[in-house]
Write a protein that binds this ligand. Structure first.
Ligand SMILES: NC(=O)c1ccc[n+]([C@@H]2O[C@H](COP(=O)([O-])OP(=O)(O)OC[C@H]3O[C@@H](n4cnc5c(N)ncnc54)[C@H](O)[C@@H]3O)[C@@H](O)[C@H]2O)c1
Length: 435
C-alpha cells in the first residue's frame, strides 16, 4: 500500500527538523510532487517559513515561496499531523554533550513524538548523523515497545539514510549525490529506496542501518584525519622553511593515489569537528581506542594557536607587540562563501587575540554580526582603503571569493594568510606571512 502511494507520489511526506538538512530535503520531496509537512519545535522558524522566509542559504525564498503558497509544503510545530503522514524523515541535531559524548536528546525527543502517532504502512527514516547502532538501539525500541501491536518490517518500516550534502556546494547537492540507505529489514530498505528514488538520481543500499550509519562516519572521519595530517605537514614545513602550499599543488599533479587536502586555521562546521567523536565514543564500547581520531583532533585544535604565533611573527617584523595591535580579521565563516559560523576556528583565533589584549575588527560579506561568548556583539566593517590601511595586520581566516586580494595586499601593512587566498597576488608578496 505504501509502495503504491510512493510510486504514484500520493504519499503524504513529513520532515522533522527544518535546518540545513531538513529544509532542502523538504523542498526536494515537494519538488518531486509530494505534499510535504515540515515540523519543527522552533515556532519563530515556522512563522518565518510560513511567510516563505528561509534561513538556509541553499534554499532561496524564491524557490520556497511557490511551494508554500500552493500548499505543496506546509509547516507546523504540531506533531499530531504525524497521524496523517505516510513517510517521516528525521533531521534533528546531533551535537556533542559533555566530554565529547553523543547528545541523543534531539533524536529521542523527535522519535518519541513519532511513536505517539505511529501507524501501519508508515515509513520512518533517520537522517541525522550518528553512531552505528542508533537506529536499532535507540530509535527502534521507542517505536517497537513490547506492548506494540505493530511490528517493524511488517506493519511499519524503519531505515537509516545519512544526509551527505555540503552547504554551499553548487556542483553536488542533495538530488545528485547518491543516497546511502540501510533498512532494519529488507522490506524496510526496499521501501526507503523506492521513496528516495522519486527525487534523488542515485541510491545505494547497504545491508543494515548500522552499516549506513558507519558510512557517514567514515566519510567525515576521513576528512578530519586527512586535514589533521596536512595540518601536521604544514607545521613540519614551517620548521623546515618549506612552502606547504607549493608542495600540495605539486603532489596533486599525480593522477592517482593522492588527494589534496589543505591546511587552515582549524576545523569548523557542524560535521567534521563533531562526527568522528560519535565513532570514537562507540568504539570505546568495543574496548577500542580510536587513535587517529584523537590525534587528528589534537592537531586540528592546535591550529588557532599556530595562527596566533604567525600573527605575532608578522607584527614582530614591524617591531610591534600583539598587545595593543589593531587587527582586521577577514572572514569569520568556517569556510569559503557561506554564512555559517558554527564551530568556526575564527572564533577561537579571536578569543586568543582578545586574551592577548589586541584590538580586532572584522569583515565578512556573509556574516553581518558576531556574538562571542559573553562578550559584546561585533559588526562586519565595510572593507575600505581607510580600514585596511589603518590596521597593523590583516588576518585572512576565510578565503571568500568576493574579496579582491591584489587590492587588499596593496593597501595592507602586513597580511597573515591561513588559506593561501593570496596565491595569485602579483605585488606585495613580501608583506604576506602564510601558514
Ligand atoms: N549541516 C550540514 O551540512 C549537515 C550535513 C550532513 C548531515 N548533517 C546532520 O544532519 C542533522 C541535522 O543537522 P542540521 O545542520 O540540519 O541542523 P540544524 O541545527 O540546522 O537544524 C535542526 C533543526 O531541528 C529542529 N529541532 C530540534 N529538535 C527538534 C525536535 N525534537 N523536533 C523537531 N525539530 C527539532 C531545530 O529547531 C532546527 O530547526 C545533524 O545530525 C547533522 O550532523 C548536517
Amino acid at each position: 500500500m505504501i509502495l503504491e502511494k510512493i510510486e504514484t507520489r500520493t504519499a503524504r511526506a513529513g520532515v522533522i527538523g527544518l535546518g540545513y538538512v531538513g529544509l532542502p530535503l523538504t523542498v526536494a520531496i515537494a519538488s518531486a510532487g509530494f505534499r510535504v509537512t515540515g515540523i519543527d519545535i522552533c515556532s519563530e522558524k515556522i512563522a518565518r517559513l510560513k511567510q516563505s522566509i528561509s534561513d538556509i542559504p541553499d534554499v532561496t525564498n524564491a524557490v520556497l515561496a511557490p511551494l508554500i503558497t500552493s500548499g505543496q509544503i506546509q509547516v507546523t510545530t504540531d506533531f499530531s499531523v504525524l497521524r496523517e503522514l505516510d513517510t517521516v524523515n528525521i533531521c534533528v541535531p546531533t551535537p556533542l554533550g559533555e566530554n565529547r559524548t553523543p547528545d541523543m536528546r534531539f533524536i529521542i525527543a523527535a522519535v518519541q513524538q513519532v511513536a505517539q502517532y505511529l501507524h501501519p504502512e508508515q515509513l520512518i527514516i533517520l537522517e541525522s548523523t550518528t553512531y552505528p547502532g542508533t537506529t536499532e538501539e535507540v530509535v527502534l525500541p521507542e517505536l517497537n515497545t513490547p506492548s506494540s501491536t505493530i511490528q517493524v518490517g511488517r506493519d511499519f518500516y524503519l531505515a537509516y539514510s545519512p544526509e551527505r550534502i555540503e552547504p554551499g556546494n553548487s556542483t553536488y547537492f542533495m538530488t545528485n549525490t547518491p543516497k546511502i540507505i540501510g533498512g532494519v529489514t529488507p522490506q524496510c530498505t526496499h521501501i526507503a529506496k523506492t521513496f528516495y528514488a522519486q527525487f534523488i538520481s542515485k541510491t545505494h543500499t547497504v545491508s543494515s542501518p548500522r552499516t549506513a550509519e558507519m558510512v557517514k562516519l567514515l566519510e567525515n572521519t576521513f576528512r578530519s584525519v586527512n586535514i589533521g595530517l596536512i595540518n601536521e605537514v604544514a607545521l613540519i614545513c614551517d620548521r623546515m622553511d618549506l612552502d606547504v602550499w607549493e608542495i600540495i599543488d605539486a603532489a596533486a599533479t599525480k593522477p592517482f593515489g593522492f588527494m589534496p587536502f589543505y591546511p587552515g586555521p582549524g576545523l569548523g562546521g557542524h560535521c567534521i569537528p563533531i562526527d568522528p567523536h560519535y565513532l570514537s565514543w562507540k568504539a570505546q564500547m568495543y574496548q577500542y581506542h580510536a587513535r587517529f581520531i584523537e590525534l587528528a583532533t589534537e592537531i586540528n585544535n592546535e591550529m588557532p594557536k599556530y595562527v596566533l604565533d604567525k600573527i605575532i611573527h608578522a607584527l614582530n617584523l614591524q617591531r610591534k607587540p600583539l598587545n595593543g595591535a589593531k587587527l582586521l580579521i577577514l572572514g569569520v565563516a568556517y569556510k569559503k562563501d557561506i554564512g555559517d559560523i558554527r564551530e568556526s576556528p575564527a572564533l577561537e583565533v579571536i578569543r586568543l587575540i582578545l586574551d592577548k589584549k589586541a584590538e580586532f575588527l572584522y569583515h565578512d560579506p556573509y556574516i553581518k554580526n558576531l556574538s562571542l561568548d559573553e562578550r559584546e556583539t561585533y559588526y562586519s566593517e565595510p572593507l575600505t582603503v581607510d580600514l585596511v590601511e589603518s590596521v597593523d595586520c590583516v588576518v585572512i581566516l576565510t578565503d571568500h571569493g568576493a574579496i579582491d586580494y591584489d587590492w587588499l595586499v596593496e593597501h595592507a601593512q602586513r597580511v597573515v594568510d591561513t588559506r593561501n587566498a593570496t596565491r595569485s597576488v602579483k605585488k606585495g608578496q613580501e608583506k604576506i606571512t602564510k601558514i
